[in-house]
Design a protein around this ligand. Structure first.
Ligand SMILES: N[C@@H](CCC(=O)N[C@@H](CS)C(=O)NCC(=O)O)C(=O)O
Length: 306
């Protein structure tokens, strides 16, 4: 297998979710530090317009969204499963909650804390990205309400941790990585002793356990090097993976557009290779790097005929 390359940046909580998963696996991987806002010129040839962070590349296969990245890591990399003891369904379901409603209580809390320190260009970029009003004064005014909401979600986690050291019991899973994303973000932004975590000792101890997994064995490379690796590689073969009898009539080889249905909805055009309940894959031809197979999760993405 070609090397795992994660296109990420240090302060990105969704990147931390994957870095910790790489730590649990004890994996060796390469990191490309990408910009935290547009433009991202060395990423676009790989993603055809998808701009979110992180993105994982394995040769000429590109994995978008951490749900898809975690699935691929679990399938491709040796080491402890991220879905231990038959926990795939519950781990993925919990991750979906963490990635959306939980994360969207964490973001305004942290942005409100940073207030005027957030560069104007970054705020503009994130307004466009999320479709939300990120006016610093409004965020500050809403912070107490968001804190209540965040603590409500933390109470779910605290109670899950009564049954064992990790959310699903004895072993860490994809769900722990997903929940750690927002906890890490808020601990960094507001401090581990913030009221956000007051009265949740199990979360504090669990967060230390999660941090202790580390990030595996990381080597940094440049975006240009990652593009050369994609150009010189062939995507892994995949055939006939579009479910028969699709009610929308989508079939293998059809020209489609794939887009996230929440934030960062930039459409990606390609030829349909896979469409089933768990995932979507398309083939794209890029003038700079040639043929790419690009993978997405099914939940949270729309797939429409071009
Ligand atoms: N559902 C996505 C969410 C990713 C996400 O929202 N990432 C943030 C950074 S942590 C982002 O893309 N921000 C805009 C950017 O980096 O351009 C996933 O699981 O990968």
């Amino acid at each position: 297998m070609a090397d795992i390359i994660l296109h990420q940046y240090a302060r990105s909580p969704f990147s931390e979710k994957v870095r910790i998963a790489l730590g649990i696996k004890g994996a060796a991987w390469k990191a490309v530090e990408i910009p935290s806002m547009m433009p991202k010129p060395d990423l676009m040839p790989l993603t055809g317009g998808y701009r979110k962070t992180p993105v994982m590349q394995v040769g000429a296969d590109v994995y978008c969204d951490t749900a898809c990245i975690i699935d691929a890591l679990d399938a491709l990399v040796e080491g402890p499963s991220l879905y231990p003891h038959g926990s795939r369904g519950i781990a993925k379901g919990l991750s979906f909650w963490c990635d959306r409603p939980l994360f969207w209580t964490a973001v305004p809390l942290v942005f409100a804390e940073m207030g005027d320190k957030l560069p104007a260009a970054f705020v503009e970029d994130r307004k466009k990205f999320s479709g939300r009003d990120l006016d610093p004064a409004k965020l500050k005014a809403a912070q107490p309400v968001m804190l209540d909401q965040f603590r409500g979600h933390m109470a779910f986690l605290e109670s899950m941790l009564e049954a064992g050291p990790y959310l699903l019991g004895a072993a860490p899973s994809a769900a722990d990585c997903a929940a750690y994303n927002s906890v890490w973000f808020v601990r960094n932004g507001l401090g581990a002793d913030s009221h956000a975590f007051a009265g949740f000792p199990k979360i504090a101890a669990w967060a230390e356990r999660m941090a202790a997994f580390g990030h595996g064995s990381r080597t940094d490379i440049e975006g240009k090097d990652a593009l050369a690796i994609a150009r010189d590689a062939q995507p892994a073969p995949m055939n006939g993976l579009v479910e028969a009898g699709d009610p929308q009539g989508r079939t293998t080889g059809m020209a489609v557009v794939v887009a996230a249905d929440d934030s960062g909805r930039d459409p990606v055009s390609g030829t349909l290779l896979r469409l089933d309940a768990e995932g979507v894959a398309i083939r794209r031809e890029d003038p700079q790097i040639g043929t790419i197979h690009q993978h997405f999760p099914r939940t949270g993405f729309t797939v429409t005929a071009a």
